[in-house]
Design a protein around this ligand. Structure first.
Ligand SMILES: [Zn+2]
Length: 573
């Protein structure tokens, strides 16, 4: 692997590579561009040809050619290596004969099977009618390469004729050996939806059983997925993602639906920033992946009790990832696919008007005037909702949710607050916490972005370094560590970035440096003020609502506010 990385870096010149993605303009020894990873008008994406690295001072992203490919193309590390190797026309050592034999054949078998299924769909009027009745158009069917599995051993025979080894076909999960020792296709009388990886290679299939093709009752499961194989990991695949990832990044939001049909119908109507979690369920891996592209999740599950429960479950998982979560109100339609089929224009309107997920849930449980007066179940419901709220990461958001719940339920905010504060803390998985303490990780928090740029300048000259040192108390902890030990490995990043600074206009840098110092203080004081706010809230809850704020806290609070205002005035002048 290490040799492959060197080889790729040696063969691919970063600036040339980036030119196929971005418009680069010269800036001293470096190049500048508008960052593709966040919205901006003036370029803060810097490329250093000398060091073969890039860094964005606007959003904190940065790395080498492999890092860029991973981020831009949404690839995992090994996928990015493969992708770059294909572009540069090099053969990777780690993808040597052994691996090629193991994985390569599986990819090829899936490719051939997909072609077979497509031909079969073309021949099968029944399956075509089913799709037509569901409202799917030919273009969509072609684009997502839907197919039909006739069953028996048709596919197995086809693949053997194509020259594939029966062992490999079994390993690909497309054929099973039955009790009499005969090979039978896994998918029988099913519509076929190919599942692709990030780069669009087919890695598995979902088959939807077509009842209309079988006489009499059947106990077949409605949906059947490929089993896990060396190329198909259920918890990582997301249906439609290889097509929709760029749309998701552009919209900064993702529509999460249950079934493939929901996804396809949504895509067909022009709502393309969607994915389907069909069959696999939502995993932390999915959420982490999506979080890199979007900050809003719109949930659109089936419009029934099961769908609501699925929504609430997802909400718990999503809460740990700091998304804005919205939920779609499908009205009279049972699922997104039906909503699109019956009224595509209305569907688009509803997507645009989605409410926060909690508002959706509250309004479901507290329908106007529909109280059955059952106090016990109402209490249980409130506890349940408070538990959901407690899992929300941001304290500010928690507070506003409690305010909202008070409005819906008619129970006072104080009572709800004291109830929630007495609930035991459930551990929720927090992503990347350990990593964050270990090294300076890319973070979108404003104070970190300021600190990034500040430290890059600080490391570019002794004078800057000494001046920054005076403000060390305002830096986030991880940056202080870097500062105290400029020889540490964490500091290497800033040493590297500082070389970019040295070729920029020094007069401008000097001005920027002054502004950054002020911005840093403002952000740090704001954080302190926020902490104080939640502390005072907690105290109020403990003492009861009528209690006055502690004079000591209030004085601290106003002192902080005054310092922030003073600093803000200095930025303006
Ligand atoms: Zn950026």
């Amino acid at each position: 692997m290490a040799k492959d990385i060197d080889l790729i870096k040696e063969k691919i010149e970063l600036v040339d590579f980036l030119r196929s993605y971005l418009t680069l303009s010269p800036a001293g020894k470096n190049f500048k561009a508008i960052c593709p990873f966040h919205q901006e008008k003036t370029p803060s994406f810097i490329v250093s040809p000398e060091r073969q690295i890039w860094h964005c001072f606007g959003c904190g992203a940065g790395g080498d050619v492999i890092g860029f490919a991973m981020r831009y193309e949404n690839l995992e590390f090994p996928e990015a290596l493969r992708f770059l190797a294909e572009r540069a026309g090099i053969t990777l050592q780690s993808m040597g004969l052994q691996a090629e034999r193991e994985f390569g054949a599986l990819f090829d078998i899936h490719e051939a099977a997909k072609e077979f299924y497509k031909q079969e769909l073309f021949k099968n009027k029944n399956a075509q009618d089913y799709l037509k009745n569901r409202g799917l158009m030919k273009d969509t069917i072609d684009e997502f390469e839907l197919g039909f599995a006739p069953g028996g051993e048709a596919l197995t025979v086809y693949l053997i004729h194509k020259g594939f080894d029966i062992q490999d076909i079994v390993r690909a999960g497309l054929t099973n050996k039955n009790t009499s020792g005969l090979y039978r296709d896994r998918f029988q009388s099913r519509l076929i939806f190919p599942i692709c990886n990030q780069v669009g290679r087919t890695i598995a299939f979902t088959g939807r059983f077509l009842e209309s093709l079988v006489r009499g009752p059947s106990d077949m499961p409605k949906y059947l997925n490929s089993p896990e194989t060396p190329i198909f990991n259920k918890s990582k695949a997301l249906y439609g993602f290889h097509k929709s990832k760029n749309e998701i990044a552009r919209a900064k939001s993702v529509l999460l639906v249950e079934g493939q049909m929901d996804f396809l119908m949504s895509w067909q109507t022009g709502v393309k920033n969607a994915v389907s979690v069909s069959g696999t369920g939502l995993t932390a891996y999915h959420l982490e992946r999506l979080r890199r592209l979007a900050d809003t999740v719109i949930l659109s599950f089936d419009n029934d009790e099961a769908g609501l429960k699925a929504l609430e479950r997802s909400l718990e998982a999503i809460s740990a990832f700091d998304f804005h979560v919205k939920a779609m109100d499908l009205g009279k339609y049972k699922d997104p696919a039906e909503a699109v089929k019956e009224n595509p224009e209305n569907f688009k309107k509803v997507v645009a008007e989605t409410k926060p997920a909690f508002t959706y849930i509250f309004s479901h449980y507290f329908k106007k005037g529909e109280s059955d007066g059952d106090r016990v179940s109402e209490k249980r419901l409130l506890r349940y909702l408070l538990q959901l709220i407690k899992k929300v990461k941001s304290a500010v958001e928690q507070n506003s949710l409690i305010r909202e719940l008070a409005k819906f339920s008619g129970i006072s905010e104080t009572v709800l607050l004291s109830e929630i504060s007495e609930m035991p803390d459930e551990k929720i998985p927090q992503r990347g916490v350990e990593e964050q303490e270990e090294n300076v990780k890319v973070s979108n928090e404003r104070i970190n972005l300021i600190a990034d740029r500040l430290l890059a300048i600080a490391f570019s000259g002794d004078d800057f370094f000494e001046r920054t040192k005076k403000y060390i108390e305002f830096l986030p902890l991880i940056y202080r560590k870097v500062f105290n030990d400029p020889k540490s490995s964490e500091a290497a990043k800033f040493q590297m970035l500082s070389s970019m600074i040295q070729s920029e206009d020094q007069k401008e840098i000097n001005e920027e440096f002054g502004e950054l110092l002020i911005e840093l203080q403002i952000e740090s004081l704001k954080k302190e003020r926020l902490d104080l706010q939640s502390k005072s809230r907690e105290m109020k809850v403990k003492k009861g609502d009528n209690e006055e704020e502690s004079p000591e806290l209030m004085e601290k609070f106003s002192l902080l506010s005054k310092r922030i205002d003073d600093l803000k005035n200095r930025v303006k002048t």
